[in-house]
Design a protein around this ligand. Sequence first.
Ligand code: GLU
Length: 391
Amino acid sequence: MKELSRLLSQIPPSATLAINDKAKAMQAAGHDVIALAGGEPDFDTPAHIVAAAFTAIEAGYTHYPAPTKGITPTLEAIAEKMAKENNVHVNPKTDVIVTPGSKWALILALSAVINPGDEVLYLSPAWVSYPPMIQICGGIPIPVDLDPEDNYTVTAAKIRARLTPKSKAIMVNSPCNPTGRVLTQAEVQAIAEVAIGADLYVVTDEVYEKLRFDGRPHYSLAAEPGMAERTLTTNGLSKSYAMTGWRMGWVVGPTPAMKLAAIMHSQTVTSAATFTMKAAIAALRGPQDIIQEMCQSYQDRRDYMVQALNEIPGVHCPSIDGAFYLMPSFPNSQKNSVQLADALLEKAGIAGTPGIEFGATAENRVRFSIATAMNDLERAVERIAKIAHEL
Ligand code: GLU
């Protein structure tokens, strides 16, 4: 038999999804596993959004959408949200594509800017899928290592140190999965300064935008002076609106790049599901207080978990500004992050994601999702307290 895809043979499956699947399969088989591996809200999708999808299906929104890249009211609702909340102004006719999940929005953005061999920088630790996505689109992933000791602060100098003549773009995620950092205005300006100076495109992942704590503001890179023409912004409803299974996201950006993204979109997935586009309008234009309630609940869980984990000898857990992941370290342990995650699963029945999956900068840590019911988090703390000395 001839060789199967060399590219895909080198790329691991998504660790977050693989460990999530494993934990859920263990639960289904009757094991008492607390699943903190995959980042998925434990809340149900708000009822008015579910109702909008039912209504849409009954009204016949079960065919291809027209335009293919999204029905006009959804494109308009996204453009309106971007203008109002992000100060990013795009033409809904030409600059917006509705995608099946924000992962596909990232693929569209990357495929629109990358030529084979282009280098794409990303801030590390980073979500597990960034380097594979860059590779799948023909680029070379280049990590810009951030330091947990200075709270993963981004500076222009750190990014410049990784630039070469092949540098083409930089991926930015704020609030960040897995670090929980929300970029400050100074950090966003530093990224913009380097991007303009080195003529880089910027692909931003803002899917955790609404999950910020302690009143921290969110800054969209596309809103910075001189950035609209070089920034592709991705977002989606999965995390903020508890809609992971709906696969609903979007990408907005400058018209020439969006033209190419639309070619990729129409030649591959065709479109997102038409009735989910109606649900998206209900989400974006409907009541937002429910989002605030979910966010407050994540903040309460953060407050509980950070304090409770830090009270356990041998566990150190930095606090977070946003998203819903904690990355404790275990300073007395000799184990690497894969061994730590294995030990937590075997000894305590807790599924977490090894830090190494997010890059070398997260080694010796395990990522826990706190989008998990409070009583499960309390049980997890009790179990970690019992076995921490064995880690
Ligand atoms: N983004 C989530 C995570 O990091 C969900 C799984 C995925 O698509 O990676 O756990």
